[in-house]
Design a protein around this ligand. Structure first.
Ligand code: A2P
Length: 275
């Protein structure tokens, strides 16, 4: 007697999770909240999905009967069996207001084609690779610092991460810890990777915008490296639009030129980044 009612209920539920054609529908595996503004999640990786470390993908959720997508850097390296993302939470954000509530077992959509400019192939050979990030702009570098190819190509890798508050640096510290404890990566990375975290709105031993620290030379003194030199130094930049512009200006002042996938050069910028 109950059968018709059950069928209807099932049909309604099924309609509610209808997946658009031509996209991957993946399962959330874990979620970690860092602050009221930041969280990361890991999800299953589709079998046929290939990407280069540092690229981004369009990530989405069904909101009502419509999918909403935003560009997200893939934070996991290209060899990883799972996919990781590091996200901001925007209270009224069309996607993040929903994405911040995901739990293990939920479905997240992903468009099939990854892309992006923060890839090793877009840089000419060099000795030292700087990765300049603010806020969630650390995400593509979370991928690249866990990719052995980065250390095949560069003798030294410097990850700078600037946030407003100390609590927002935790994801970066967790990554460093993970690498130190990783059975293969620890050996590949050795002492080539340097992490330079700074904050701008709280007391902390390392303070200030990365641009100011470059201009004053404090970044280089703290790291014990010479000032930027286009012969040996390469750069990747990911952050807010203002940060991209100011950092780019400083790299150009030092004589580095911007590259792209089809024209490798001395530094690259991710402009698709959503802060
Ligand atoms: P500040 O606190 O001085 O604005 P946001 O959350 O606004 O994207 O900022 C993340 C971090 O990036 C903050 O520490 C912020 O510093 C810094 N930042 C913002 N704009 C710039 C810029 N134009 N150049 C360098 N750093 C910046």
């Amino acid at each position: 007697m109950n059968a018709p009612a059950k069928t209807d209920e099932f049909a309604v539920q099924n309609a509610a999770v209808k997946i658009p054609d031509g996209v991957y529908a993946e399962t959330v595996l874990s979620v970690e909240h860092y602050t009221d503004r930041l969280f990361r999640f890991r999800m299953t990786r589709p079998a046929g999905f290939r990407f280069r470390s540092g690229e981004f993908a369009m990530i989405g959720l069904m909101v009502g009967d419509k999918p909403i997508y935003r560009a997200y850097s893939i934070a996991s390296p290209s060899w990883d069996e799972e996919l990781e993302f590091f996200s901001i939470k925007v209270p009224e954000g069309p996607l993040t207001s929903h994405l911040q509530a995901i739990k293990p077992g939920d479905t997240v959509l992903m468009r099939k084609k990854p892309t992006g400019t923060l890839v090793l192939d877009a840089l000419t050979p060099g000795k030292r690779l700087y990765m300049f990030s603010t806020g969630t702009g650390i995400a593509p570098f979370a991928s690249l610092i866990r990719d052995p190819e980065t250390y095949e190509k560069f003798e030294e890798v410097i990850l700078t991460h600037t946030c407003r508050e100390v609590a927002e640096l935790k994801y970066g510290f967790d990554l460093m810890e993970e690498i130190r404890n990783h059975e293969f990566l620890a050996e590949v990375v050795g002492d080539k990777l340097k992490h330079y975290p700074t904050v701008t709105r709280e007391d902390y031993p390392f303070q200030g915008r990365i641009t100011d620290l470059m201009e004053s030379g404090k970044l280089f003194t703290d790291l014990g490296v010479p000032p930027l030199n286009p012969e040996v130094d390469r750069g990747m930049i990911c952050g807010s639009a203002a940060m991209l512009k100011d950092t780019k200006d400083l790299l150009e002042k030092a004589g580095l030129t911007e590259g792209a996938n089809n024209k490798p050069s001395e530094f690259v910028i991710e402009r698709a980044f959503v802060g």
